[in-house]
Structure formats: C-alpha cells, structure tokens
Design a protein around this ligand. Structure first.
Ligand code: FMN
Length: 171
C-alpha cells in the first residue's frame, strides 16, 4: 500500500479471520514500533508479542474493552515503566501513542487490521506475560486479518470536520 492509503485505511478492526500473521510481517510491525521517536530518545517501551490462543484468551479478560484480543492472530502488549513523575508519565504516554500508531499503520500497509485495548487488570496481565514489577502494561494492540471487509481508504469518517479542527495562523 501507499503510505497515504495505509493512513486512510486504518481503522479499529475487532474481528479477525483465523489466518495467522506471517512471522516476517509481525517482525516488520514490531520494527516499526522500535523505530518510533520518543522524548529524549528514552524509548520507554517493551513489546511483548503473544500468539498463543490460551494466553490471548486470558489477556482478553484484563479489560471489558479488550474482548477482541481473544480472537486476534497476535497481540502486542506495550509495557512501560511505572513512574510517579507526572512529566515522565506524560512523555511516556505520548511516546507510547506514537509507537502504537506507527505499528498500526505498518500493519495496515500489508492489509493487517489492528485494534487498541486498555489494560485494567494489571495483576492478570503480569501473571500471563511475566513483565517486571516496576513496569505496567499500558495497552494492547490486537492484530489480525479483518473478518468483515479488507482494509480500504475510508470515505465516511467519524471525525470532527476539518474546518473545526484546523486553525490557520491562530485560533
Ligand atoms: C488511547 C486509546 C485507548 C483505546 N482503548 C480502547 C479499548 O480499550 N477498547 C477498544 O475496543 N478500543 C479502544 N480504542 C479505540 C478507539 O475507540 C478508536 O480508535 C476510536 O473510536 C476511533 O475509531 P477508529 O480507530 O476505527 O478510527 C482506544 C483508542 C485509543 C487511542
């Protein structure tokens, strides 16, 4: 896909075919995440990739909005340091958002659907994934080939109008 098509085709895909994602495609998505810029190049992330159906079923129980994780072909968990410094927390959140969308667009580039999910039950996530006590699971990114329809540039957007969002010169 062209970059513009990947950007305009990406949407949250929450139902997936049973097709696995080839290892090379998964690595490319993760490499896109690794290359993401971060504040002061701190790279406050680790990515845990899960393809095991039993683990995915357990991860899906971490949050009511994470049910789609169970049927994903793979789910990437974004793990980040726990901090009580608000400035660091703000930068980490921004950086994780950048890593998320970079990976999602890389996925869309080869027709792979993706969907965010928050992680509420940290204890369950930690017991399934084994990340250290000084980190937490910030988000899941579930991946899989769309079961509904292939990714294609979205014409009817659920977005605020361009003129409402964009301010030229000053507000
Ligand atoms: C920070 C963040 C958290 C989100 N958490 C969830 C979630 O827990 N479960 C879910 O199904 N979708 C989640 N989403 C997906 C949003 O609902 C979705 O991106 C938004 O409605 C726009 O739809 P689109 O991605 O299809 O364009 C999250 C998105 C973001 C950016």
């Amino acid at each position: 896909m062209e970059t513009w098509d990947a950007i305009t085709s990406r949407r949250n895909v929450r139902s997936y075919t049973t097709d696995p994602i080839p290892e090379s495609e998964l690595s490319r998505i993760l490499e896109a995440g690794r290359r993401t810029p971060s504040a002061m190049n701190r790279q406050p992330w680790d990515f845990i990739v899960t393809t095991n159906p039993q683990q995915l079923t357990e991860l899906a129980k971490c949050w009511q909005g994470a049910r789609h994780v169970a049927s994903s072909a793979a789910t990437i968990t974004l793990v980040t340091p726990i901090t009580d410094n608000p400035r660091d927390a703000g930068m980490n959140a921004y950086d994780l958002g950048q890593a998320s969308i970079t990976m999602m667009i890389a996925a869309a580039d080869t027709g792979i659907g993706s969907a965010h999910a928050a992680v509420q039950d940290q204890q369950l996530a930690r017991s399934v994934l084994g990340f250290p006590e000084d980190r937490y699971a910030a988000y899941f990114i579930a991946l899989g080939y769309p079961a509904d329809r292939p990714l294609a540039p979205i014409k009817q957007l659920t977005r605020r109008p361009f003129e409402d969002v964009v301010h030229h010169g000053r507000w």
